[in-house]
Design a binder for this molecule. Structure first.
Ligand code: C2E
Ligand code: MG
Ligand code: MG
Ligand code: MG
Length: 283
């Protein structure tokens, strides 16, 4: 008598799946512990202001320094954290780390903006705006230095409730960016109802814009759309000089990608900032 026979035709017992579930549970409790042990770290990827060639800000990108598995990228643990609700604790932690870092830069004489990725469910949490304000106050960081990146998918689930939270964040002076723009649904109507400050063109379009005319057309259209609506427009996934120059010619405001820098730990970022200071990037 095995589970396989008992559930025949419904959900066959699969020892591999069992193993996966076991791994998942281990990962879940590891992550919970990891958060409290300070194993989450932020890398920072600079963005360049295309008009001046100067760094305009950083995107905070989460990594998990796992004691056995090494440095893990967010796609290895964020989806699980979203499923289990652990993401709320992680978001709080990320906001705290990012704003502490901004304060450090500020004290060292650099007013650098930081962009923090926010999971969809935060937009349905009416206490989220107060959490953000509390974190800004904790490090005495001006709200203009913080941008929250959200995905379009977050907006479609319940636009009215999401707008309530976004409206409060706006009122506090925090910028809102629509991340991975062009990959979600019915984005344009939402831009009208609840204008963000920034559109971030998804890297899938940017990475192919020099080799596929369709991607170039999409990038061009998003830049036009953003300009027409008076929104800042940022391209992510800028991997080479060709894309950088093409974006600059289109009038894109900011660029982010491996061509400029990979995401870096804070110490390496400080060194990078020193070199870029003398070596301004202009297309
Ligand atoms: P995202 O917000 O769209 O971040 C951009 C991703 O593109 C990052 O991947 C970055 O390392 C990668 N990237 C940057 N430049 C290039 C390039 O030139 N070429 C290519 N191929 N890739 C580039 P990463 O760090 O693995 O993050 C993946 C996703 O995980 C992020 O996508 C974001 O959705 C999520 N994420 C990261 N940090 C956080 C966080 O603190 N909280 C939440 N909720 N999600 C996060
Ligand atoms: Mg992002
Ligand atoms: Mg993105
Ligand atoms: Mg993306």
């Amino acid at each position: 008598y095995t589970a396989k026979r008992a559930h025949a035709g419904v959900a066959a017992y699969d020892p591999d799946q069992d193993q996966n579930d076991a791994n998942k549970l281990t990962m879940q409790s590891d992550l919970r512990q990891g958060v409290s042990r300070g194993e989450l770290v932020l890398y920072y990827q600079p963005k360049i202001d295309m008009a001046t060639g100067q760094p305009s800000g950083m995107e905070a990108l989460l990594r998990w320094q796992h004691p056995q598995l090494g440095l893990l990228a967010p796609d290895r643990f964020i989806p699980m954290a979203e499923e289990t609700g652990l993401i709320d604790l992680i978001t709080t932690e990320v906001l705290d780390m990012a704003l502490r870092q901004v304060r450090e830069w500020y004290d060292a004489g650099r007013a650098l903006r930081v962009s923090v990725n926010v999971a969809a469910r935060s937009l349905f949490d009416v206490t989220f705006p107060e959490q953000v304000v509390a974190a800004l106050e904790r490090y005495d960081v001006p709200p203009e230095l913080l941008t929250l990146e959200i995905t379009e998918t977050a907006l479609i689930a319940d636009p009215e409730r999401a707008n309530l939270v976004l409206e409060r964040l706006r009122a506090h002076g925090v910028d809102i960016s629509i991340d991975d723009f062009g990959t979600g649904y019915s984005s344009i109507a939402h831009l009208r109802a609840m204008p963000p400050h920034e559109l971030k063109i998804d890297r899938s379009f940017v990475m192919r814009m020099c080799t596929d005319a369709r991607d170039e057309t999409i990038v061009r259209a998003v830049v036009e759309l953003a300009k027409g609506l008076n929104l800042r427009v940022v391209a992510e996934g800028v991997e080479d000089a060709g894309a950088f120059e093409a974006l600059s010619a289109l009038g894109c405001d900011e660029a982010q990608g491996y061509h400029i820098s990979r995401p870096l730990p804070p110490a390496e970022l400080a060194a990078w900032l020193e070199t870029v200071h003398e070596n301004v990037m202009v297309a």
